[in-house]
Design a binder for this molecule. Sequence first.
Ligand SMILES: NC(=O)c1ccc[n+]([C@@H]2O[C@H](COP(=O)([O-])OP(=O)(O)OC[C@H]3O[C@@H](n4cnc5c(N)ncnc54)[C@H](OP(=O)(O)O)[C@@H]3O)[C@@H](O)[C@H]2O)c1
Length: 250
Amino acid sequence: MSDTPEIQLLSGRTVLVAGATGGIGEGMTLALLQQGATVVAVGRSEERLAKLAAYTGDAGPGTLLTHPADVGAPDSQAVRDQLSRYGPLDGAVVTIGDWGSPERTGILDLSDAEWEAMIASNLTSHFHALRALTPLLSPSGALVHLSGFSAEIPYPFAALVGATNAAKKSLVRSLTAELGGNGPRVYELIIGPVRTRPRAAIGADSPQWYSADDLGRHAGRLVAGSGPYAEAPLQYLVTPAHGIRTTPPL
Ligand SMILES: NC(=O)c1ccc[n+]([C@@H]2O[C@H](COP(=O)([O-])OP(=O)(O)OC[C@H]3O[C@@H](n4cnc5c(N)ncnc54)[C@H](OP(=O)(O)O)[C@@H]3O)[C@@H](O)[C@H]2O)c1
C-alpha cells in the first residue's frame, strides 16, 4: 500500500467530509480530491458549498459531490437516510465545530445560556454526527475526527472550547473501544493551530503550523490504511516541529 502514488491513494474510494465548508474542511476536501477520492462534501449552507466547489475547482483526479445536510441535527436516522445513497463509505472526516463567541470570558463569569449553547454546538453536534455517520461506513472504512489541543491543556478564558474538546475526545475514544476492532477504524486527531484561509484572512497564520491540506493528506492516508499511523487510534498533530505523536507511542 505504501508504494501507491499519493495521486491514486484513494481512487475508487468515497470519503464524506462533514464541515467541508470550514477552513480545515476545505483543505481536507482539496487534499482528498488530489489523492483521487470521490469526496462527498457536506455542510449546512448551499451557498458555502457552492463556494467550496469553486475553490476546489478541478483539483482532481478525484470527484467532488456536494450535499447540504446538518450532520449535527438530532434526527440521525433522517441524516443517515439522506446520505446513504453514497454508502457504504470508505471514509468519513468530521471537522465540524464552533469556537463560540469571540469574546473571551472567565469560567466564573459564564452564564448558563453560554454553557448550554456551547455544549449544543460543539459537543452534542459531534455526538449526533458520530451517530449519523459511523453506520454509513464500510467495515473496512475509517472515521477521522478532529479535536483541538485544548482537550489536553488549560484554555483560560475559552474554557468551554477546552471542555467540549476534552469531552469530544472522550466520546471518540469510547466509540473506538466499543467497536473493539470490529467495524470501521476510528481515529481521533488532536490538533494544534492550523493554517486555514479564513484564519490567514484575519492575520492568524504561521509557517510553523500544519496546514489544512497537510491534515487532509494525513486523513487520506488513514482512510487508505496506508503509512505508519494506520494502527494508531489517538494521534497528536500539534506542529510539524513536534511531528506526529501517538498514544500509546508507536
Ligand atoms: N483552525 C484551527 O486552527 C483549529 C485548531 C484546533 C481545533 N480546531 C477545530 O477543528 C474544527 C474545524 O475548525 P475550522 O477552523 O475549520 O472551523 P470553521 O472554519 O469554523 O469550520 C467549521 C465548519 O463546521 C460546520 N459547523 C459548525 N458548527 C456546526 C454544527 N453545530 N453542526 C454541523 N456543522 C457545524 C460549519 O459548516 P456549515 O455552517 O457550512 O455547515 C463550518 O464551516 C473545529 O472543531 C475547531 O474547533 C481548529
